[in-house]
Design a binder for this molecule. Structure first.
Ligand SMILES: C=CC1=C(C)c2cc3[nH]c(cc4nc(cc5[nH]c(cc1n2)c(C)c5CCC(=O)O)C(CCC(=O)O)=C4C)c(C)c3C=C
Ligand SMILES: [Fe+2]
Ligand SMILES: [Fe+2]
Length: 324
């Protein structure tokens, strides 16, 4: 009989290897070439990407990365590696980190798990709300990475965890700590990464999953409809994206009497460029320049003990009954 050995693959987006134009260009090229992310026909997208976006965006975005870079590397990488190590220590099972774009590649993560004798693989994409542009891209990446294997493990793929009780309770604890530290704000804003509205119209249930997280967390916190709102950040390109936009909202709130805001990004399992720079730097400026008096950013769950325990909870159904 086959003796099953479980292993966990933590999957995330990936980030540049260095805050330099060349490294950012390499990363953006791979990321923005994925049809799950940008679905424009290739004959049209290829020249736009190579002649305009990569040469113009890479040097500008490299400076933004430099402004948040940590001693050990890109924040997304640093937090992801800490999450991996903490989950491995918690579960006493092999845990590997694989990135969809850049390093460490999904293939290297799978190779390392297979080399450790894993026969039952649990894939946990660290995106709390499903989207075709993220979770489905992880799915594609894993199937591509397995293409050359002679044998496959049993695979369990966690689609998302938008309303999982352990996720909501970890977020709740983090907001309550922030309220205790900073005082209760006039408004709690939950800013989720956007996607093109068209992807949702074509069947991506991402906005519904964001709404479900928002509803579950506001209910857990006992906030009423005037005390919390959800917005969407990180718009890219000319199409309409999910609304309301975070940046427009931050510019409008002070005129509506909101002077103290606390902003969190519950869709990001780790702090990264989009939270540390776009929210905590750019959107802070928009709000304060529009007349706001206090802006607090509530960090992502990162390697909080409750977050790691949540990951263990999510994979647990496939560990029960295993002789490890
Ligand atoms: C071009 C379309 C994009 C879609 C669709 C998109 C969806 C999406 N992204 C995340 C999470 C992250 N995105 C991050 C950076 C980032 N995202 C895009 C574009 C799209 N994202 C770009 C071009 C970039 C790179 C930075 C830039 O050039 O502006 C990151 C941070 C990476 C880091 O290195 O820190 C994360 C995380 C989600 C959750 C999502 C859909 C739901
Ligand atoms: Fe993104
Ligand atoms: Fe951004």
């Amino acid at each position: 009989m086959r003796h099953e050995k479980a292993g966990i693959l933590l999957a995330n987006l990936g980030t540049p290897d260095a805050p330099t134009p060349a490294a950012v260009k390499r990363y953006l090229k791979e990321f923005l070439s994925d049809r799950r992310v940008v679905d424009t026909p290739r004959w049209l997208w290829w020249p736009i990407l190579n002649a305009a976006i990569l040469p113009l965006r890479s040097p500008r975005v490299a400076k933004l990365y430099a402004s948040v870079w940590m001693e050990e590397g890109s924040p997304l990488m640093v937090w992801s590696q800490r999450q991996r190590a903490a989950l491995e220590a918690h579960l006493q099972l092999p845990v590997a980190l694989g990135m969809n774009y850049g390093n460490p590649s999904m293939k290297s993560a799978l190779d390392s798990l297979m080399a450790q004798g894993v026969t039952r693989l649990i894939v946990l994409p660290l995106y709390p709300q499903f989207s075709c542009s993220t979770v489905a891209a992880v799915w594609d990446c894993i199937t591509r990475a397995f293409a050359g294997y002679r044998s496959l493990p049993e695979v369990h793929f966690i689609r998302d965890y938008a309303t999982h009780p352990a996720y909501i309770s970890a977020l709740k604890a983090s907001v309550e700590r922030a309220f205790a530290r900073n005082g209760k704000p006039d408004l709690l804003v939950m800013s989720f990464h956007g996607i093109p509205q068209r992807y949702a119209d074509e069947g991506d249930d991402y906005p519904l999953r964001c709404r479900e997280t928002f509803n579950a967390l506001t209910a857990a916190l006992g906030l009423n409809e005037n005390e919390a709102m959800m917005t969407f950040q990180s718009r890219f390109g000319r199409e309409q994206w999910l609304k309301p936009y975070t940046d427009e909202t931050m510019r409008q709130l002070p005129a509506q009497g909101v002077k103290h805001v606390q902003v969190m990004s519950p869709g990001f399992s780790a702090d990264c460029l989009e939270t540390l720079e776009e929210i905590s730097e750019q959107n802070r400026d928009f709000f304060l320049h529009a007349g706001g008096t206090r802006f607090d950013y509530i960090p992502a769950l990162n390697d909080d003990a409750e977050h790691i325990a949540m990951m263990a909870d999510l994979v647990k159904p496939w560990l029960d009954g295993l002789a490890s």
